[in-house]
Write a protein that binds this ligand. Structure first.
Ligand code: DGJ
Length: 727
């Protein structure tokens, strides 16, 4: 058991391999946060100090003013009482009152990790991998029970949190906010690192020092979004890739979220994360309960690199599920940037034949194969094949593609409907809308209302029918707009604000049913690129299209930022044509290959346009990736040069056994007389010898790490790679 309880002092101590997380019941009432950081073997639990004093703090016990909720460090603060900081829970009771007072009630420890009903979450395969502590807090007046669930993994420095709220009263309770986690740090001497962006510019890394007051990250778009990822880090101000205390927070959720930090009057920092309370409320009838999504928290005493490797390993092995969790991912060719909507069977078969000859393993047919969709103005929802383009249907096409010895994949956008579609004409109320208000279109489409069971059932049936009929090995699941005019024809007025979360529950059910009944299909999620790159989606679909921006330089930033939380095996990354369609930039085929190879590799262009010379280069890239992919996709990543801090990016992938290494170094713009650049490797065995494959040179591990290899760049957009083998 890695959860210790001091019954007398009422202290809870969760341990992972290298960390401790300690809480205490203060004044026999309040669940307070004591410590999270490096492992403390035998803490003096009784003396843990969590109280302080400042004037203007309302203390429930007038004889002891040091226990105001306004300044004690808490685990799950509530609203409308004596804590003026950011609450994690807010409720409206039948009498109109809003104050919630949660008092410690009891605890329970179990081996393993329970599932969260209807929600994605990290898991264990064996109960011995983790222990779970449930702490129950109760509002006795309002008969509301709040169960805080903490799981501590043994071998990974991960603590997950989620909350279940139960209405034990005879009346209704409306939840107005229910975060997944909140905890108070003693100091504010941290930097906040976040991953903001836009379409085509996802997950750029921003770092600022905390200041007094609230600094938050959020999405109100009905999706986790391009604009902000549900992930943030609090890091020591001098923390870097290898050094310093860092605390990561990530929400396993694909919809609206709210997270961040609030620095209070005593320079303490409250970190919080959960479903966004904007456009959220949840009516709990008597006896009903509400389960929040899971927050995944990672502490590293050795900087951002170690934190990321912990997230990567957890997500690769205990979030992603199914056959492709452990299988190497196929190299794919996608026709989107090669043809857009302008294709027919002959064209796709031509691409597939070429793909097979080059060594590619999967041909993916993107948007435009259904209804009468020749541009983005129609047919979403009409998931029947366009026989003018594909006379033998999807099954005929898939069969022919497979005859070339490669597999076939297909694009869907199941959550959407075009106003110009048979589905919309038949069911105009199946989209998210408010009666009487204009239905704002985005990319000429509306969002289907997945808070409704019948809509979800329709999606499950139509997608499953196609997957059952044709030999489809891969699905790209796209989603190309955010929600507006929030309303559901399936919900009564008092439940309208439940729609965004009910949508997510519906989406998760749809994905669960489709994915579990098609275990051999590899699913890749997408939302106009990486607009829903979150752990919630990864639970169902092991990879995500990282960005619609396929420019090699732009991708350095996007993939670097994404790697802060998400594993390489999750990042779809393709070589595309030049000039690049998003950035109009021309980069070499080598650099495009080297960047794409630092992810889940593929090609997204008209393969027929390659010159003979390019074809040879592409064949070599494909052979190279086949040699590297096992450990690129499942090894450890070390970030070596940060493009957000300069003109270079570099990273390294190391196999689990340490025998295979691949490193890539990129210079963005040419600098004349820039000084010396060296590739300094990390995580090698200083005593061992390493061969640079292809060059025949042998270096010692200590030389590669301490002296490095001199890198000579000339010109813009340059890349160098090294494949090392331990001797
Ligand atoms: C957006 C995706 O990100 C693209 O890759 C492509 O699939 C288009 N949608 C198709 O409409």
């Amino acid at each position: 058991m890695n959860i210790m309880v001091d019954e007398k002092a009422k202290v809870f101590h969760l341990q992972t391999k290298n960390t401790s997380y300690i809480m205490k019941v203060a004044k026999d009432r309040y669940l307070a946060h004591v410590y999270w950081g490096k492992k403390i073997k035998t803490p003096d639990m009784e003396n843990a100090q969590i109280n302080s004093w400042v004037s203007f703090g309302a203390a429930p016990d007038s004889r002891d003013k040091s226990y105001s909720l306004d300044y004690i460090r808490q685990e799950y603060p509530t609203g409308c009482q004596t804590d003026y900081r950011m609450p994690a829970l807010e409720a409206l009771f039948a009498d109109g009152s809003r104050a919630v007072e949660l008092i410690y009630d009891s605890y329970r420890i179990t081996a393993g990790k329970p599932k969260l009903k209807g929600l994605p979450a990290t898991y264990v395969e064996d109960d011995a991998e983790a222990d779970t502590l449930e702490i129950t807090l109760v509002d006795a007046l309002k008969k509301m029970r709040v169960v805080l669930m903490y799981t501590a993994y043994h071998e990974l420095d991960v603590i997950t949190r989620s909350v279940r709220i139960v209405n034990e009263s005879a009346d209704r309770i409306v939840l107005e906010k229910a975060f997944s986690m909140s905890l108070d740090f003693e100091t504010s001497k941290y930097d906040l690192i976040q991953l903001p962006g836009a379409w085509g510019r996802e997950r750029h890394m921003e770092r600022t020092s905390l200041r007094s007051g609230l600094q938050s990250i959020q999405s109100r778009r009905g999706a986790s979004s391009h604009q902000m990822n549900p992930f943030f880090v609090l890091a020591d101000r001098d923390a870097n890739e290898e050094y310093g205390n860092v605390y990561g927070f990530n929400l396993v959720y694909s919809g609206n979220f709210h997270g961040g930090a609030e620095v209070d009057q005593l320079f303490q920092t409250r970190a919080f994360l959960g479903i966004n309370d904007y456009d959220f409320s949840w009516l709990l009838e008597s006896g009903e309960s509400f389960q929040t999504p899971e927050a995944v928290m990672v502490y590293s005493a050795h900087g951002l690199g170690e934190m990321s490797r912990t997230y990567h390993k957890l997500y690769r092995t205990r979030l992603v599920r199914g056959k492709y969790r452990d299988a190497v991912r196929p190299i794919l060719a996608n026709n989107w940037e090669g043809t857009y909507f302008d294709f027919n069977e002959e064209k796709i078969l031509g691409l597939a034949k070429e793909a097979a000859e080059l060594g590619i393993e999967l041909m993916v047919l993107d948007d435009g194969w259904f209804g009468k969709r020749n541009d983005d103005t129609s047919s979403l929802g009409d998931w029947y094949v366009n026989k003018e383009k594909l006379p033998e249907g999807i099954s005929g096409l898939a069969k022919k593609v497979r005859e070339y010895g490669i597999r076939f994949g297909l694009w869907f956008e199941p959550e959407m409907v075009s106003p110009d579609s048979d589905l919309y004409r038949e069911h105009p109320d199946w989209c998210i809308h408010i009666p009487g208000r204009e239905r704002t279109e985005c990319r000429n489409q509306l969002t289907l209302d997945l808070s409704r069971e019948e809509v979800c059932n329709y999606i499950i049936k139509t997608v499953s029918d196609i997957l059952d009929e044709a030999e489809i090995s891969y699905v790209k699941w796209d989603m190309n707009r955010h929600m507006t005019e929030l309303g559901s024809a399936g919900l009564p007025p008092e439940r309208q604000k439940e729609m965004p979360h009910r949508y997510m529950l519906g989406l998760y059910r749809v994905m669960e049913e489709i994915v579990s009944s098609h275990p051999d299909v590899l699913f890749e999620s997408c939302s106009g690129g990486g607009g829903r790159f979150d752990p919630g989606m990864l639970y169902y679909m092991p990879q995500t299209w990282t960005s619609d921006d396929t420019d090699a330089v732009e991708r350095l930033y996007i993939q670097y930022g994404t790697s802060l939380a998400y594993p390489i095996s999750a990042m779809g990354s393709h070589v595309s044509a030049v000039p690049n369609h998003q950035a109009n930039r021309v980069t070499s085929l080598k650099m495009r290959g080297d960047v794409a190879m630092s992810g889940n590799f593929g090609y997204e262009l008209d393969l027929m346009k390659f010159t003979e010379e390019e074809k040879e280069q592409v064949k070599a890239q494909i052979a190279q990736y086949k040699d590297l992919r096992t450990f690129i996709q499942s090894g450890d990543m070390y970030r070596l040069e940060n493009p957000f801090e300069g003109n270079t990016a570099a990273w390294e992938f190391v196999s689990e056994d340490g025998n295979d290494i691949f490193a890539a170094y990129f210079r963005i713009l040419c600098e004349v007389n820039p000084g010396i650049s060296r590739m300094k490797f990390q995580a090698l065995d200083p005593e061992a010898q390493y061969e640079v494959v292809g060059e025949g040179k042998v270096y010692s591990g200590d030389e590669l790490m301490e002296v490095g290899i001199l890198v000579d760049f000339w010109g813009d957009f340059q890349s160098r790679t090294w494949r090392l083998k331990k001797r």
